[in-house]
Design a binder for this molecule. Structure first.
Ligand code: GLU
Length: 537
């Protein structure tokens, strides 16, 4: 597609805003019917999840209907498993589909490859009314046309109003010749006859008025030589037949919107044209350019909701779910990528989002994909969970590691770690020392803090704790303080040495509670091991 992105010809004035608001409000009266229409060409990109989310929120707010339509007319890009991946991803993040491939509905089928006869019927109407034509050009003829135009210095080498009359199509051939070609099974496509000189405008709910001159639009193929419709035809026909009220989709489709407007007009469906809302692009974390999978890979964060194994390369891309994100945190994060509530509130449940959401509050500017913000949301959602729920994450990880642990112990671990975790697996990843004694010690701490004083305190401390019936956090603290007092060494000076002895790490959760959880024998053993190993360092 060589169309340059149409720019709004005017900004949104307050008058326009009123018109825009009332246009939108008039829809409140009507049924809100929106659709998420992915193509099963691979894993669902996180931007697609945001598109699905905004559609879902609008439907939910207006008690409307969200449709899941699979746009699989490009057989060359079809990837097995992609459709299932899409439905599983939506289910994981909590986006419920009201009508569509998984649930059925009054406009079945919802998979475009199964609707071929419908598109043929509609394209015939365009052929009959003269808004479309058959084109028989071979690849060589198309190439020759492009070369000729290029050599003549033309910047525009499209099949369009300026070129169509020198090509091999039903506009240049006689009726009899066209008929003969069709009867003989000559390869053909059906193209839209785009008017040569007029402004095509639409009112986008996010970008305001968008106008493109028809000379910028080529005579798009509507039916391909394999008999399948192109995206443009199928998309417009289905949006009309499925009574879609709002088309909410990524900005990359904005250049196609004027073409769709022409299709609505040629079909005579102008009064039923949906409202368009083209969502801002998702940008790289530094705001420089569109976010791609490669950027995400380079920066080490996921871009797909769930794990995805590319069926061709067998390469595994880790999903948000498997990276330890909670679906509600991801949803909250995505909702803010382009939209804001106009208040300082940041934490929103799905229901709250549905209440607060409005297309008017979506910005035009690209939204920076700030992965740290996603992590922040995840932390907030983890912190808000009960210890009992968090324990499940830890116990899950432990089961995978074949480690048994009492619920009581898991509860204690989670309650002291919850302030420090970002991801669900962090309870295990950052809390391994609760289950395995350290095999190495943080070198910096050792270099700075492992000294004779530390050795003295730790030796006496381990002798003392072993004498106690059970080691509680309070008791550990008391004993440590009495030992340091006896030896005349400041407690603060040896705390890090003690921590590294017990956990191997320079930092971690509350040390006294950590010792309570480990128990006196384990603590004493760990100290003993450190005293033996580190003496020789
Ligand atoms: N099939 C298109 C896609 O995968 C849908 C675009 C639209 O929503 O119109 O992005």
């Amino acid at each position: 597609m060589h169309l340059s992105l149409p720019q709004p010809i005017t900004g949104r004035s307050s008058f326009e805003f009123l018109t825009f608001a009332s246009l939108f409000l008039s829809f409140k009266m009507k049924d809100v019917r929106v659709r998420f229409a992915p193509s099963p060409t691979g894993a669902l990109h996180i931007g697609g999840v945001r598109t699905a989310l905004y559609n879902y929120l609008l439907a939910k707010q207006f008690k409307g209907t969200l449709i899941l339509r699979i746009e699989d007319t490009d057989q060359t890009r079809f990837v097995p498993g992609a459709e299932e991946y899409i439905t599983q991803s939506l289910a994981w993040v909590g986006i419920q589909i009201d009508e569509g491939v998984t649930v059925g509905g009054p406009h079945e089928p919802y998979r475009q490859s199964e609707r071929k006869s419908i598109y043929n019927e509609y394209v015939q109407k365009l052929l009959d009314s003269g808004h479309a034509y058959y084109a028989f050009d071979t690849e060589e003829e198309l190439e020759a046309m492009r070369d000729r135009l290029k050599n003549a210095g033309s910047s525009n080498q499209q099949y369009s109003a300026t070129t169509r009359m020198i090509m091999n199509n039903s506009l240049t051939l006689s009726e009899a010749e066209t008929k003969k070609n069709l009867e003989e099974g000559v390869n053909y496509v059906v193209r839209l006859k785009v008017p040569d000189d007029e402004e095509v405008s639409l009112q986008d709910l996010i970008r305001g008025e968008v106008t493109v001159h028809s000379s910028q639009i080529d005579d798009k193929v509507l039916i391909k030589s394999d008999g399948m419709p192109t995206y443009h035809l199928a998309n417009v026909v289905d949006d009309y037949l499925m009574k879609i009220s709002h088309v909410i989709r990524g900005e990359e489709w904005l250049p196609s919107a004027p073409l769709h407007v022409l299709l609505y007009r040629f079909f005579g469906w102008e009064n039923d044209m949906p409202r368009f809302a083209h969502l801002p692009l998702l940008l790289k974390p530094d705001g420089n350019g569109k976010l791609s999978k490669r950027d995400a890979d380079k920066m080490g964060f996921p871009i797909f909701p769930l794990n995805w194994t590319d069926p061709k390369t067998e390469e595994l891309a880790k999903g948000f779910r498997e990276s330890g994100y909670l679906p509600e945190a991801l949803i909250n994060f995505l909702a803010f990528l382009g939209w804001n509530p106009g208040t300082t509130q940041e934490i929103f449940s799905m229901d709250e989002l549905a209440q607060a959401f409005s297309l008017e509050r979506i910005g035009k500017a690209g939204a920076r994909f700030d992965i740290q913000k996603a992590q922040w949301f995840n932390q907030q959602y983890l912190k808000a969970k009960s210890d009992e729920m968090l324990t499940e994450y830890l116990l899950n990880s432990l089961r995978q590691e074949n480690i048994t642990c009492s619920t009581e112990k898991a509860l204690k671990i989670c309650s002291i770690m919850k302030e420090r975790v970002t991801f669900t697996q962090d309870f295990w990843e950052h809390g391994k020392f609760f289950f395995h004694a350290p095999t190495s010690y943080d070198e910096q701490v050792i270099a700075k803090k492992w000294n004779e004083d530390a050795v003295k305190v730790l030796t006496m401390f381990s002798q003392e704790i072993i004498k106690t019936p059970t080691l509680s956090a309070n008791l550990a603290k008391e004993l440590l303080e009495s030992v340091t007092a006896k030896l005349g060494i400041g407690t603060g000076k040896i705390l890090q040495a003690l921590r590294v002895t017990i956990t191997g790490n320079a930092s971690g959760p509350d040390l006294m509670m950590t010792m309570e959880i480990l128990g006196k024998e384990e603590v004493a053993n760990r100290i003993k091991h450190a005293l033996q190993t580190l003496k020789t360092v």
